[in-house]
Design a protein around this ligand. Structure first.
Ligand code: GLC
Length: 544
């Protein structure tokens, strides 16, 4: 049985939104020193890699996803020496660190764009995507990912520029080799300073059709896995062959470094496209996000389908990356109707699946969304759509004010939840549940979500079967609708995972060689021989 050997194929990742993690200079905004001060927490919790959302210089119109200087740090977060220290401190603890690389676009305040828009003759004109309109209409019908036209008119030079996200985030033109070279140089700059890899922001948007053909019509209004939406099939502005080639080139670049680095792509597409990005010989992006757990129905059948799907479409050495939340999505516990028990069972599933689990900061203590009305919103998407009534958003399951999932981390029960000093006003409000939902209180409660995370991470680190073993579903005749049962296996060890996703108990006839209970949620008295009774909404891990 061949085992995975690369660190990135068996790690666990913790995502930090730097603005909201820990404020050490009392300005109400998290900072790099704050992250450094919490590395021991992350290490003790058991995560092996951290990914930090962008902290580079930026006018902060999209909170860092609009970079105006990729080589310098936004002053509210710190400076270059803080980043160097952060990398050092992470490595010192035997952990890895990923930066967030926004390749697709810069801020419109980036000197490159300022230069590009200054004149049609500018030497940087071709660094962005400029076209003539069709009379007073945009050059073609392409819609941005945010629903409006992707084209923005520039009266100064009487042309339109393309932006896949928002108008202040103009897309770079990767058909110009100087752009590619400039971005590769930036990648090298950080790789030389020791970063272990990059999370690649909206990577599927990178190249657009060379001939700017109109996208065909589609009957989908709401985006469908980024293949269609807003009544068009995104055939010509997303997932172009050249982007797949670019993925391979970037991989060649990072593979020239030792120790080994990695690329984690944020992209959307069907299974064939994803396999293309990963490469036939595992020579494209190392990993890409899998979104399937985000809207997972809490049914045994759904849980099983996901395992079947990945084992068929992405068998090893493909390594799926499972996320339960991020800085763009409603917080997990809010999606689960505040039911912490369900969050515990999902964590059990996520951490024992074959693949890489990523935890969004605060998920480990069960932080919820904070209701922030659109009109007070700081998120540019929230501001753009603040006119849509809340009930319509709920009905359509649209999440447009991302402030709600980005509120400060809840460290303790003091004023400002230990995020900022008392008296300071944090950049976003803190959830009123912070006196109960916080790291300090949960650390003391053996049954808390935080301690479930800690136990699962510990178990995973100790178990080759969970980290890099095979996965196999086990039939449970008669109780298939209730129980999910699967085995993870390495050369040395077999682990059995049982999750009862129903409101009544069930009995699993254990014919496996796993007899020793090593972890449980809600199953206190387990006789591990023969029949095992599993309580409603409970879970169990047994080992050989
Ligand atoms: C990605 C990021 C999101 C950002 C957007 C534009 O989807 O996750 O936060 O607004 O790209 O960069």
């Amino acid at each position: 049985m061949a085992m995975n050997k690369h660190w990135w194929q068996k790690t666990t990742i913790y995502q930090i939104y730097p603005r909201s993690y820990k404020d050490t200079n009392e300005d109400g905004i998290g900072d790099l020193q704050g992250i450094i001060s919490k590395l021991n927490y992350i290490k003790k919790l058991g995560f092996e890699t951290i990914w930090i959302s962008p902290f580079f210089q930026s006018p902060q119109q999209d909170w860092g996803y609009d970079v105006s200087d990729y080589l310098n740090i936004a002053p509210e977060y710190g400076d270059l020496s803080d980043v160097e220290r952060l990398i050092h401190e992470v490595h010192h603890r035997g952990m890895h660190i990923l930066f967030d690389f926004v390749l697709n676009h810069t801020s419109d305040q980036h000197p490159w764009f300022q230069e590009s828009r200054s004149s049609r003759k500018s030497p940087k004109r071709d660094w962005y995507i400029w076209r003539d309109g069709q009379g007073s209409r945009p050059p073609n019908n392409w819609k941005a990912q945010t629903g409006r036209t992707g084209w923005n008119f520039d009266p100064g030079t009487d042309q339109w520029y393309y932006a896949s996200f928002l108008p202040f985030q103009p897309d770079l033109n990767y058909r110009n080799s100087d752009v590619k070279e400039a971005m590769f140089k930036i990648a090298r700059y950080w790789l030389d300073r020791g970063v272990d890899g990059f999370r690649l922001d909206i990577f599927h948007c990178l190249f657009k059709d060379e001939n700017f053909r109109d996208n065909p019509w589609s009957y989908y209004l709401l985006p469908q896995n980024s293949m269609a939406g807003f009544f068009q099939d995104w055939k010509y502005n997303l997932n172009q062959q050249e982007t797949i080639q670019f993925a391979h080139d970037l991989r060649t670049l990072i593979d020239s470094y030792t120790p080994e680095r990695m690329l984690l792509g944020e992209l959307f597409g069907d299974d064939d496209v994803i396999r293309d990005y990963l490469g036939k010989h595992q020579d494209g992006l190392n990993l890409v996000f899998s979104w399937d757990l985000m809207d997972l129905g809490m049914k045994a059948g759904h849980f099983r389908d996901i395992i079947r799907h990945y084992e068929t479409e992405f068998p090893a050495p493909y390594t799926p990356v499972f996320v339960l939340g991020n800085h763009d999505r409603k917080r997990l516990v809010s999606r689960l109707g505040e039911k912490i028990r369900l969050a515990k069972l999902l964590a059990l599933y996520q951490f024992t699946l074959r693949g890489i689990p990523i935890t969004y900061y605060g998920e480990e203590i069960g932080m919820s969304d904070v209701y922030i009305p659109g009109k007070y919103g700081k998120d540019p998407i929230g501001k753009l759509y603040k006119w849509i009534p809340e009930f319509v958003l709920d009905y359509l399951n649209l999440y447009l004010n991302r402030d709600r999932c980005r509120t400060p981390m809840q460290w303790d029960e003091n004023e400002n939840a230990g995020f900022s000093k008392p008296g300071v006003s944090p950049w976003l409000p803190i959830h009123h549940n912070f006196t109960r939902v916080n790291v300090r209180s949960e650390a003391e409660d053996e049954e808390s979500l935080l301690n479930i995370y800690k136990d699962l991470l510990f178990l995973r680190r100790e178990s080759k079967a969970i980290q890099e073993g095979t996965i196999k579903l086990i039939d449970c005749p008669g109780i298939e609708g209730q129980l999910l049962a699967f085995k993870r296996q390495s050369e040395q060890e077999i682990v059995l995972v049982l999750i009862n996703l129903s409101g009544s108990d069930c009995t699993f006839n254990n014919k496996t060689e796993c007899k020793q209970a090593v972890f449980q949620i809600g199953c206190h008295d387990i006789s591990s021989e023969g029949d095992i009774r599993i309580n409603p909404w409970s879970g169990l891990i047994l080992s050989t």
